[in-house]
Write a protein that binds this ligand. Sequence first.
Ligand SMILES: NC(=O)c1ccc[n+]([C@@H]2O[C@H](COP(=O)([O-])OP(=O)(O)OC[C@H]3O[C@@H](n4cnc5c(N)ncnc54)[C@H](O)[C@@H]3O)[C@@H](O)[C@H]2O)c1
Ligand SMILES: [Fe+2]
Length: 384
Amino acid sequence: MIGSFSRMVPVLFGPGASMHTGLKVKQAGIQKVLCVYDQGIKSAGIADKVIDNLKEAGLKVVIFDEVQPDPSDILINEAAQMAIAEKVDGIVGVGGGSSMDAAKAINVLLTNPAPINFYYVATGNEHKPGKFMVLIPTTAGTGSEATPISVVSDIPTQSKKGVIGPATTAALAIVDPELLLGLPPKVTASTGMDAFSHAVEALTSKGMNPMSDLLAEKAVSLIVENLDKAVKNGSDMAARTNMSFASLIAGMAFSDALVHWGHAIAHTIGAHHHVPHGVGCAVALPAAVEYVADAVPDKVQRVAQAMGLSIPKDLTPLELGIKVADAIRDLNRGVGIPSLKDFIEEDSLEQLVDGAMTDDCAMFGPKQASAKQVLAMIKKAYEY
Ligand SMILES: NC(=O)c1ccc[n+]([C@@H]2O[C@H](COP(=O)([O-])OP(=O)(O)OC[C@H]3O[C@@H](n4cnc5c(N)ncnc54)[C@H](O)[C@@H]3O)[C@@H](O)[C@H]2O)c1
Ligand SMILES: [Fe+2]
């Protein structure tokens, strides 16, 4: 097998790392930087700390603080117009996946003609490199700081689209676990299960390679050992640090290996019903693992090992899949992942099938799925 290990971004990691942002941006020769975040990051006091640090380094700072969850094509196109008018020569995205992905997509339009819709992966259109971009995660979940993809909510088609290329890849990721100390338990749990899904789906994906396997396995173990601690005690610095590292390496793992059915379903649920991304991933993952277990039993076995499960040797692949899926459901319940029943009416589940089957991630499943099989996975996710 030929594997691509090409997706590693440079990383500055550790408690306090974000206080080096100004220095790093300045060293890159930048003078005027766009800082992208949302209102939650502002009220948590994180935005001001980063902005002050940028200003102390002598940089001019332009602010875009109106990122919405699952940022839309419209929001990106409007924010980019403002940034172009301001003639910024660098960009810092600080926040969860929504803020970092917004920064990435805006960066595309700083050096390529609008609109962002023109650069969706499915169009086959490429884009030129953007400006110098630093990404600073404040959740341990998406791993977006380390991935080459920006996920944009496409309003006309009610679906999530990927943009991948040089402008959506950070020049530097600054991962500072101290920024997560105030992350509420519910968001800690759902974003943590997003990272867990990246790792498990990367391990079982069609695009897996030995490097992504290694990173994903370590991420699975770290999350099993630390997520519950981080949810129950948000000030547990060791748990926050381990979760930040797990999220980062899970992001690196799926950058090459890609994710599959769990994310195809979660993206569609998110686009139609605004279910938080991590919740969609958490509930869809057990169904996806069960479904692919007979195609990649050895990999599901490695997931079980990384989770620390004791699995009898004589299980069939299907039994193994059910066992691992049940353990993931237990993990979900332990950290308080809500049911889809809190967000969606059961009679609207069938409307999600088309979206999941045509989502970019569907093609990386280690086995294909018919509409009937996808509906069965969605129903299992609903019953979690
Ligand atoms: N690019 C990628 O590789 C990738 C991977 C997975 C998901 N995504 C995308 O990322 C988005 C989801 O990102 P997310 O799950 O990180 O959620 P998010 O960015 O939407 O943030 C969720 C909420 O938590 C708040 N928050 C974040 N950090 C905080 C902190 N430290 N303290 C207090 N509040 C804080 C935010 O203000 C927001 O209200 C989705 O659009 C998803 O599709 C992208
Ligand atoms: Fe995800």
